[in-house]
Structure formats: C-alpha cells, structure tokens
Design a protein around this ligand. Structure first.
Ligand code: ASP
Length: 358
C-alpha cells in the first residue's frame, strides 16, 4: 500500500504520528469538465491546498483506499478493508483521521465504532460539502481541526477522545450518534440525542463528561458483518403485500423497523400477524423511531404493547445508521438468539441511551 509521509514539524521531530486514510468523497473531488460531474482525484494534489498543515507538529502518513469512491457506493466489504488498515497501523500511530464522503459517513462511523473494540485512540471521520479546491471550501477547516483532535492529549498525556467520531463544521460528534441532516449548508451532521463531544471556535472546547473513558482492555478489531438485514420505514398506506414480501426473503436474518413516535405501529391483524410469524421463524426485529429526537419506549402506547409482547427489540434512541450497522455487526458475531436480542437492546459503544422499562 502506497503511503505518503509528511512531517509538518520538519526539521524538528514530530510530537505525534497521525494516519490519514483517504476514501474519496466531495472533499477530494474535482469537476470532470467533459461530463460535468464531480469525481474523486488523487490525494497528493489535495495536500497542496492546505499549507496550514505545516503549523501542526505531527507526522502525517497518508494512505489512500485502493478505490476512491463517492460514499454512496460504500459497502460492508469496504468497512472491512478500512478496519484491516486501521488494525494494521494501530500500534504505530497516536490517532487516525478518515476522509470520507458525507452521504454515508454516519453509517461508516457507526459500523467502525462497533468493529473496533476497546479503541484507545481517536478515530475522526471528516469530509466536506465543497471540494478542497473551491474558494469557500469547508474542507481545510474540517481536516485541520480533525488532525488537531486526533493528536489531542490531556496535560498528563492520556488520549482525550478515544472514540470513533465525526468532526464537521466545528462540532465533534460521537460517530454512532451522528446523522447527516443537511445536504447543502455546511452544518451537515447533528446528534439529536447525545451532546457534542467538542465544539471548535477560538479553542477546541471538549465536553469531557460526554467522552467515553479510555478502555483498559486490549484493542480488538472485528471483521465479521452479516448484511442479511433489511430496513422498513412505516407509513400510512403500507400494503400487507409489501410487508409480507419483505418478511419472506428466504435468508433474511434481521429487520430494523422505523416506527412512529415512541415506537408505535399499526395494530391491524395483518401487520401484527406478519410480524409474529416472522419472529416465530427466528427473524430478529429491532424497533427504532422515525423521530430524530426522543426514544422508543415500547408499551407506553397501546400501539406498541403487542410489539414488546411478541419479542420485538426496543431500540431506544438508536439512529437508523447505528441500528442497521449494529444489527450487521451482532449478526456477524453469531450469538445465540437470546444473547443477540440482549446485545441489541444494550449499549455496546455508547450508541444508545437505555430507556426505562425496556
Ligand atoms: N456524494 C458525496 C459522497 O458522499 C457527498 C460528499 O462527499 O459530501 O461521497
């Protein structure tokens, strides 16, 4: 794998070593004049656009994924490659920055948060709404602050943010709590149910009490993911045939249902019978809400009592991105059914708040 090394402190020795993994996305795109579309281009050219890098006292190693992609083409196999790269370089670096398209960044950050257990170093995803060559680009600021966070330490030397995060438009968000909520303005990512881990202004102000403590158990990278899953968003007018067709996919192992409000769904017989039969066949069903804020509390309304009694797992305040990737990750662990359901309902990497009564 080709790696470019830059000592931003040269000729002085660097104070830290950061691995920058470039995956593609708008940040590194340029306009294909002939076809009028944006395509990713070679990273070596990007660095020329950030002369401010020389003010960071670190050694940056830039590694590019073999295929630079628009993140709409993200796949679990690419998460596995990313995890292998992080695991390979893990012992030799103080922190990691992943340059990624914004479209699926929250999915990737969620997936990697589950796949990397006992992470003791910062892993910061960032990207941009405008290519780095554009006059008003947000790329420069996002990269520079992400690098600063990736090398940040407490005065006594401990790592400040031992988590998978997204840094974007001056906020640092726990990766598995982030959602892309804006496609045009610069504040693309929000976290409705968990405080920002830091805000960048004149200084980067960390919310220390929101940041996970540094684990003491050894770091472990997990590659197994099972994508025999589906996602169903309820809407008034959903036809029985649509639900049945989905539930009859022969090898389907898990389903995330985005229900209404605090976890409510239709009480019509056709709906509940289909769900009951699917659960009886061994399908795991996770109930999350279409509402961005708040959480699922199955049993609060009559319209969710049956789901709880049938064995649908309440997903509390999981984002869609965290729910679907957590399901893929846990199915990949090949847990027995009860252990799988228990693991889905409990926080693994700070991705959910345990709701009372669930
Ligand atoms: N389509 C782009 C991507 O996700 C958008 C972006 O980078 O912001 O790769």
């Amino acid at each position: 794998m080709q790696a470019i090394k830059i000592n931003t402190a040269a000729p002085a020795p660097p104070q830290s070593a950061i691995l920058l993994l470039y995956t593609g996305g708008t940040l590194g795109m340029q306009l294909d004049e002939r076809q009028g579309v944006l395509r990713p281009f070679d990273f070596a050219q990007i660095l020329r656009n950030i002369p401010e890098l020389s003010q960071l006292s670190c050694e940056i190693t830039v590694v590019s994924m073999p295929q630079l992609i628009d993140s709409s083409n993200m796949q679990p196999a690419i998460w596995q490659e990313m995890v292998q790269i992080i695991a390979h370089f893990y012992p030799d670096y103080d922190g990691f920055v992943i340059l990624h398209g914004t479209d699926t960044m929250a999915y990737s950050a969620s997936a990697l948060s589950f796949m990397l257990e006992n992470l003791q170093k910062p892993l910061i995803f960032t990207g941009a709404q405008l290519p780095i060559g554009a006059i008003r680009t947000d790329a420069r600021q996002n990269i520079l602050s992400s690098l600063e966070i990736a090398q940040a330490r407490h005065p006594r030397g401990q790592v400040l943010v031992p988590e998978v995060c997204i840094f974007f438009n001056d906020v640092l968000i726990r990766g598995n709590r982030a959602q892309k909520e804006e496609s045009v303005l610069f504040d693309a990512f929000k976290s409705e149910n968990y405080p920002y881990l830091a805000k960048a202004g004149v200084h980067i102000q960390y919310t220390h009490e929101a940041i996970a403590p540094c684990p003491t158990a050894p770091f472990a990278a997990h590659l197994a993911l099972d994508n025999r899953v589906a996602l169903l968003k309820l809407f008034p007018g959903l036809r029985p045939e649509v639900l049945q067709a989905l539930l009859q996919i022969p090898d389907l192992q898990g389903l995330v249902i985005e229900t209404y409000g605090s976890g409510n769904a239709p009480t019509a017989d056709w709906f509940l019978d289909s769900v009951r039969q699917a659960l009886a066949r061994g399908l795991v069903i996770l109930n999350i809400s279409q509402c961005l804020g708040g959480q699922v509390a199955q049993g609060r309304y009559e319209t969710s009592v049956a789901l709880r009694e049938m064995g649908v797992v309440g997903g509390s305040d999981l984002t869609t991105e965290a729910a679907i990737t957590k399901l893929m990750f846990l199915l990949g662990q090949k847990l027995p059914p009860e252990a799988l359901r228990a693991a889905l309902a409990a926080p693994l990497r700070g991705e959910m708040t345990i709701s009372p009564g669930e």
